[in-house]
Ligand binder design. Structure first.
Ligand code: ADE
Ligand code: ZN
Length: 337
């Protein structure tokens, strides 16, 4: 039995990836040169060397600066296509991809350029790589709810090109209830709803994401373990958590990967999944997250690997037929590896 081989080859869904967080330093430099954007770093190596974070905010500052090279539809296409090719190599069969339109509209980039560029990459991934790829529009929680309502309305002409909305950026001090109205509006429009909660914020933020925003998945959610009643609720409802181990390590949610609570979450019966969050910044794509986490947590078994991949399909917004197809492919790989 070769566990890393199983982790790499099993088909899986990625449900927590910020497309701007897949922007590699090489592409940042290429787009900066093409678009005439000045960068405060002399080289790719110098930029990469700056990726040493102390918490979420220290990462977000550099992540938003990196996204400043994205101006044209073609830039968004190239970024997303690079991610999707990389994801296909990790046997990702389905990706639900976050994007942050406000990061771009605030710089004068039309929302149309953002959505069309990303959408065309998703279309091509389906046609050429056999990867199903969908988009989730995220609101930046450090901005106002009015700004979120505004960007949602701006995006509506392209409503068919995204399947849901999410909530990301600086968590502490920006509780989910700040966005009650915009999430109600999104639900009215038939969009799926998810939110980051319990990454740096307390379990109460997970509760208000559930009770006020009525989310269908919690992004991160690892701090739920501080409330046994909340863990019981999440387990009973099979509420998915999109866990991002290397992100948690790099943003110091856990001091060491060996201390990550992924096994605890699975043993509590939670629908936990493994995801890369911002792979260009955190040192690994999806299979790196799986392989490094399993190496750091020897209590994780082959059965846990299977469960995590199965959970990723269960937690996705794909159709029942797609989920059944991917799960059958997973069963075949599991039986053969
Ligand atoms: N935006 C990109 N990555 C994020 C994360 N891990 N948490 C909150 N907002 C983000
Ligand atoms: Zn995230």
């Amino acid at each position: 039995m070769d566990l890393p081989q199983l982790l790499r080859t099993m088909p899986k869904a990625e449900l927590h990836i910020h497309i701007e967080g897949s922007l590699e330093p090489e592409l940042i430099f290429r787009l900066a040169a093409r678009n005439g954007v000045a960068l405060p770093y002399p080289s790719v190596e110098a930029l990469r060397a700056a990726y040493a974070f102390s918490d979420l905010q220290s990462f977000l500052d550099i992540y938003y600066a990196g996204a400043g090279v994205l101006l044209k539809e073609a830039d968004f296409f190239e970024m997303a296509w690079a991610y999707l090719e990389r994801a296909a190599a990790d046997n990702v069969v389905h990706a639900e991809i976050f994007f942050d339109p406000q990061t771009h509209t605030e710089r004068g980039v039309p929302v149309e350029a953002v959505i069309l560029g990303l959408h065309h990459a998703c279309q091509r991934a389906h046609a050429e790589l056999g990867v199903s790829a969908k988009l989730i529009l995220c609101f930046l929680r450090h901005l106002s709810e009015e700004a979120a309502l505004e960007v949602l309305e701006q995006a509506l002409p392209w409503r068919e090109y995204f399947i849901g909305v999410g909530l990301d950026s600086s968590e502490r001090g920006h509780p989910p209830e700040k966005f009650a109205r915009v999430f109600a509006r999104a639900r009215e429009l038939g969009l799926h709803v998810v939110a980051h909660a319990g990454e740096e914020g307390p379990p109460a933020y997970i509760e208000s994401a559930l009770d006020v925003l009525k989310v269908e998945r919690i992004d991160h959610g690892v701090r739920c373990v501080e409330s046994p009643a909340l863990v019981a609720r999440l387990a009973a409802s099979r509420m998915p958590l999109t866990v991002c181990p290397l992100s948690n390590l790099k943003l110091r949610v856990f001091p060491k990967l060996e201390q990550h609570n992924l096994k605890v979450l699975l043993d509590a019966g939670l629908c936990a999944t493994v995801n890369s969050d911002d792979p260009a910044y955190f040192g690994g794509y999806l299979n790196d997250n799986f392989v490094q986490t399993f190496a750091a947590l020897p209590a994780l078994t082959r059965a846990d690997a299977y469960q995590l991949a199965k959970n990723s399909f269960e937690a996705s917004f794909a159709s029942a037929a797609e989920k059944a197809d991917w799960t059958a492919r997973l069963d075949a790989v599991y039986a053969a590896t």
